[in-house]
Design a protein around this ligand. Sequence first.
Ligand SMILES: NC(=O)c1ccc[n+]([C@@H]2O[C@H](COP(=O)([O-])OP(=O)(O)OC[C@H]3O[C@@H](n4cnc5c(N)ncnc54)[C@H](OP(=O)(O)O)[C@@H]3O)[C@@H](O)[C@H]2O)c1
Length: 391
Amino acid sequence: MGSFGGHVRPPSHVGTGPWLAAAAGASAMGVACRSHGVTADGHGQLVEGADLSQLPFLYGTAWKEQQTTELVVQAIRAGFRGIDTACQPKHYQEDLVGKALQRLSVEDNLPREKLWLQTKFTALRGQDPRRIPYDPKAPLATQVEQSIQRSLQNLGTSYLDSLVMHSPMPTLEENLEVWGVFERALQAGQVRQLGISNCYDPRAFQMIYEAVRIKPKVLQNRFYADSGYDRELRAFCLEKGIKYQTFWTLTANPHVLVLPPIRKAAERLKASPAQVLFAWLIRSGHQPLTGTRSLEHMKQDLEAAQMVLTGGSSYSSLSSRGFFGSGGLAAHQDALPPEVKALHIKGFSNFIVFSGSNLLFCIFAVTLASARFAFLGRSRSPYDEVLGEAP
Ligand SMILES: NC(=O)c1ccc[n+]([C@@H]2O[C@H](COP(=O)([O-])OP(=O)(O)OC[C@H]3O[C@@H](n4cnc5c(N)ncnc54)[C@H](OP(=O)(O)O)[C@@H]3O)[C@@H](O)[C@H]2O)c1
């Protein structure tokens, strides 16, 4: 069992924070609160022996450079317990995540076991040639082994809770070679579970799933319109008990967040549109990531995990049928709670029934959203270009 500190009772701000605040805040908002069982008891403390792989939210550490340590400390003190990183110095300072964990161990007596750490193996084509964290000339299997050792060293731990293939390899053979090393690390106790990222083709994902002995427990994908919001993949993940993790959840969806119905739902819940979207994902059985740098947004994002969208419909059933996929909700309108109806993007025909002023507002909002989307798309596109892995 790895640790970077003894198991001492955490100070009051560790393990409480948002769970307690969320309970109080959400009650004040008239929003129902629900313990996830895995995260908090009635007093806001983490439940002993909780399955942390089921945490509602993960804190993402990409693009934080020298601020990584400070932001990870802040996120964990705010209440995050799941951390996502990668052995890819181009975008993630995994060693600085480790420094944050070390600091929390010393200053807050936070034991390793209270955290859920996920990292990734990134293939050579996704690495900065000047900062490759393994021997680029070594055979693929050795590269994977070295990457795992580097992650353990960077994070100052003897085990990883989750190890993810940053992107599928070009051939099934190479996927199996990487996975074989993953499986051996799991059998050796260095890794607790395995996953895949940036896999948007349901057939490719299922092929890997069928071919491997130890099945993936995570699929981490960009949650965006171009993939049809991974409707089929999300259903598959729910069926097989695989956590579907989302990134770009807000960045890729400004057009969703500005729709009048979602804004209305947010107003009614006294929440932000971002919180409504996060809450929906969590209630659907998925696991969003947030990489926010703002303490206020950290708290809001964690509060979303405690929000129950009212309406009484089954979120898991909605999830399994698809939500954001084309026409995904159209067939299930009657079963939908108001907030989910509010999120429904069936087409602009839905909104044209509004009064003239609302219609004008819609056109304005959509134009604004498209412009912002295009801007954000450009501003983040270097990630795709350099990673060269995401579709
Ligand atoms: N597997 C992969 O290939 C891959 C790719 C990309 C990302 N990731 C992972 O996913 C993590 C998250 O990345 P992301 O791409 O989803 O973006 P992100 O880093 O979470 O940034 C999203 C944007 O949302 C804003 N935000 C967050 N919470 C908000 C709230 N409650 N209200 C309003 N705005 C809010 C942030 O602004 P503020 O900072 O001002 O709050 C930021 O501008 C990364 O750190 C990384 O761990 C993985």
